[in-house]
Design a protein around this ligand. Structure first.
Ligand SMILES: [Mg+2]
Length: 226
């Protein structure tokens, strides 16, 4: 019989929050468009570090300096995904460890992590000077296409086996969370290419924008012996 789940790892943008990208939210705020860089990044032609640096340069061309508070305010209109709060709570009530692994913006992801009271989180983001103004380089703590490294670290720290881990993501890059032997659920696929990648990977896909639907695909500890 399959082992019950002990750890669920969520992507943030498009999964825990109803917004495709915490980077795009900032572009919308500044009126800039990074779609060209995004395509280049997805195609592997520029690195995460180059991508972040070019984003920051675009914003600074509009306004310089940029204060942390100003960036934070741009997220005020973003809401949690339907079902996010209940789902995280139900998992934690079952003793399941809940983490966020996001290549999104740390400033934003940390506030979501606090709101949902998750057990751990990691994200990319920014560096600010001593007065709270944005510096030129981003901080790359994980690679969007290499999220498996973080999952492996979680397994080492907490002693989870791969079969006890479920990852949830909305993009093809999130499939990198599916370390061998673990499970993955595609949720609210962000692009046609994401649906295709999830289908090719033969993982369950939840199309409905209600995070609680993922629970249908997770074997909770309390269901043991039923
Ligand atoms: Mg996402």
């Amino acid at each position: 019989m399959a082992k019950p789940c002990r750890c669920v790892v969520f992507d943030c943008d498009g999964v825990l929050v109803d917004s495709v990208s915490s980077w795009k939210t900032l572009h919308d705020g500044f009126g800039t468009d990074n779609s060209q860089n995004l395509s280049q990044f997805i195609a592997g032609k520029i690195t995460d570090v180059e991508f972040m640096r070019s984003d920051i340069a675009m914003w600074k061309a509009i306004r310089e300096p940029i204060h942390k508070d100003e960036l934070f305010r741009m997220y005020s209109g973003i809401s949690l995904m339907e079902g996010a709060r209940e789902t995280v709570k139900e998992l934690q009530d079952e003793g399941v460890y809940v983490a966020i692994v996001s290549a999104g913006v740390d400033l934003f992801v940390s506030s979501i992590a606090a709101m949902l009271k998750v057990d751990d989180w990691i994200a990319n983001g920014f560096e600010f000077d001593e007065n709270g103004f944005l510096t030129d380089d981003g901080v790359c703590r994980l690679h969007a296409s290499g999220k498996g490294d973080v999952i492996t670290r979680l397994m080492e720290i907490h002693g989870f086996s791969p079969e006890e881990i479920v990852s949830v993501g909305d993009s093809e890059m999130d499939l990198s969370m599916m370390v061998e032997g673990s499970k993955f659920i595609g949720f609210n696929p962000s692009r046609d290419s994401s649906i295709k990648a999830f289908t090719d990977a033969n993982v369950p896909i939840v199309m409905e924008k209600d995070l609680s639907k993922i629970l249908d695909f997770i074997k909770l500890p309390s269901s043991e012996g039923n």
